[in-house]
Design a binder for this molecule. Structure first.
Ligand SMILES: CC(C)(COP(=O)(O)OP(=O)(O)OC[C@H]1O[C@@H](n2cnc3c(N)ncnc32)[C@H](O)[C@@H]1OP(=O)(O)O)[C@@H](O)C(=O)NCCC(=O)NCCS
Length: 316
C-alpha cells in the first residue's frame, strides 16, 4: 500500500474530526436544505463513535492520506456489502492540501481494499449535486449515475407558497383525520401499495412514532367512509437550542383507485397549512424524478427542485 496512506485508528479521532470539519466547511457554506440530518454534520468524537457502531467508519475500511509533514490530508471510508457491492460512505480532502493527488490516491487504496473483499462495484451514499468539486472528482474518478430518473431530489417551498390554502375534498364521504395508533396498519398498507414496497411498521415506528417529538396532530389521513385511503405527514425538526430547523413533507400517498380526485393535493395542502400556521421554515421534501404526478403536484403548490441526491456507481 502507498506508504503515505494509513488505516484509520480511533486514536486519530481528534485529527479526523479536524480533517472532516475543514473538508466539509465549503459544503456547509451552501444554503442548508436539510431538515433532517445534514450530510456534513459537525464532526466530534461522539459522532465518530456512532459511525463506528453503524459501520460507516472502521479500522480496515477507512483510509487516511498523510501529507509530508504528517498532517491528515484526505479520508475515504468504505465497507464491503452483499452481492459484490461495496459502499463509499463519505470522503473529504483538507483544502490546504488540495492539488497533490491525495484524494485520488486514497480512493485507489479504498477501491483496492474492496476488490480484495470480493467487491465488483462501489456505490456512494447520497451526494448533493450542488457541489461541482465533489461531483467533478467522482466523475473524473470513473463514477457515474446510471439511472438519473430514479435518484432522489430535494424540493423546497418558495416564499410564494407560504399561504394558507383551502382544503377541498370531494363531497361524498371524505374527511381528513389525524393520527391514531389504530391506523398504523393502514398507514403501512397505503405506503406499501403506493410506493410498491413490502415492508413492515419498523420504518414508521423507528423514524417517527417512537421518537420523543412524535406529534399525532402532524400525521394526516384522508378517509373515505371511515376507511383511510391516503396519508401525509408534517415533520418538524428543532435544533438543540429549541429553534425551528424546518419542516419536511413526509410520505404523501393515495391508494391508486382514489387518485385524480384531488385527495393528494388536499393532504399536501393540509400539511403545508400546518407549517404556515406554525411559522415553520424552510419547508422541504424529498422525492424522486420519476414520480411525475408527485413532482407536478408539488410544483403546482410552489415547490422547486433545489438539488439532486445522487448515488454514484463505479465498477471495480
Ligand atoms: C402523488 C399522489 C399522492 C397524487 O395524488 P392524487 O390524489 O392522485 O393527486 P390529485 O388528484 O390531488 O392531483 C393534484 C395535482 O397533482 C398533479 N397530478 C396528479 N396526478 C397526475 C398525473 N397522473 N400526472 C401528472 N400530474 C398529476 C396535478 O398537478 C394535479 O393537479 P391538477 O388536477 O390541477 O392538474 C399519488 O399519485 C400517489 O400516491 N403516488 C404514489 C406515491 C408518491 O409518488 N408519493 C409522493 C412521493 S413523496
Amino acid at each position: 500500500m502507498d506508504p503515505s496512506i494509513v488505516n484509520y485508528d480511533p486514536a486519530m479521532d481528534e485529527e479526523v474530526a479536524v480533517l472532516l470539519n475543514e473538508a466539509w466547511a465549503r459544503l456547509r457554506a451552501m444554503r442548508n436544505i436539510y431538515v433532517k440530518e445534514s450530510p456534513w454534520p459537525m464532526v466530534d468524537s461522539g459522532l465518530l463513535a456512532r459511525w463506528r457502531e453503524q459501520g460507516r467508519l472502521s479500522a480496515d475500511g477507512t483510509f487516511i492520506a498523510q501529507a509530508a509533514d504528517g498532517s491528515k490530508a484526505a479520508i475515504f471510508s468504505v465497507s464491503a456489502g452483499d452481492e459484490g457491492r461495496g459502499t463509499l460512505h463519505f470522503f473529504g480532502a483538507h483544502p490546504g492540501h488540495s492539488g497533490h493527488g491525495h484524494g485520488s490516491r486514497t480512493l485507489a487504496v479504498a477501491e483496492e481494499y474492496l476488490r480484495s473483499r470480493g467487491m465488483r462495484q462501489v456505490v456512494t451514499e447520497r451526494v448533493d449535486s450542488r457541489c461541482p468539486i465533489v461531483n467533478g472528482f467522482l466523475r473524473k474518478s470513473g463514477f457515474e449515475v446510471p439511472d438519473l430518473d430514479q435518484q432522489s431530489i430535494i424540493m423546497l417551498m418558495g416564499p410564494q407558497g407560504r399561504v394558507v390554502r383551502p382544503v377541498t375534498l370531494p363531497d361524498d364521504g371524505y374527511r381528513i383525520a389525524t393520527w391514531d395508533d389504530d391506523y398504523l396498519d393502514d398507514w403501512v398498507s397505503i405506503r406499501n401499495i403506493a410506493f410498491e414496497e413490502s415492508t413492515d411498521a419498523t420504518l414508521f415506528l423507528e423514524h417517527f412514532r417512537n421518537r420523543k417529538d412524535f406529534d399525532p396532530e402532524a400525521w394526516f389521513f384522508v378517509q373515505h367512509r371511515d376507511r383511510p385511503v391516503g396519508i401525509a405527514g408534517a415533520l418538524e425538526r428543532r435544533n438543540p437550542d429549541g429553534s425551528h430547523r424546518g419542516g419536511q413533507v413526509e410520505w404523501v400517498a393515495v391508494l391508486p383507485e382514489y387518485r385524480g380526485k384531488g385527495l393528494g393535493e388536499a393532504l399536501a395542502a393540509t400539511v403545508l397549512n400546518r407549517f404556515v400556521q406554525r411559522d415553520v421554515k424552510p419547508v422541504a421534501l424529498i422525492t424522486q424524478s420519476f414520480r411525475h404526478a408527485a413532482v407536478t403536484m408539488y410544483e403546482k403548490l410552489g415547490f422547486r427542485t433545489i438539488a439532486q441526491l445522487l448515488h454514484y456507481r463505479k465498477n471495480l
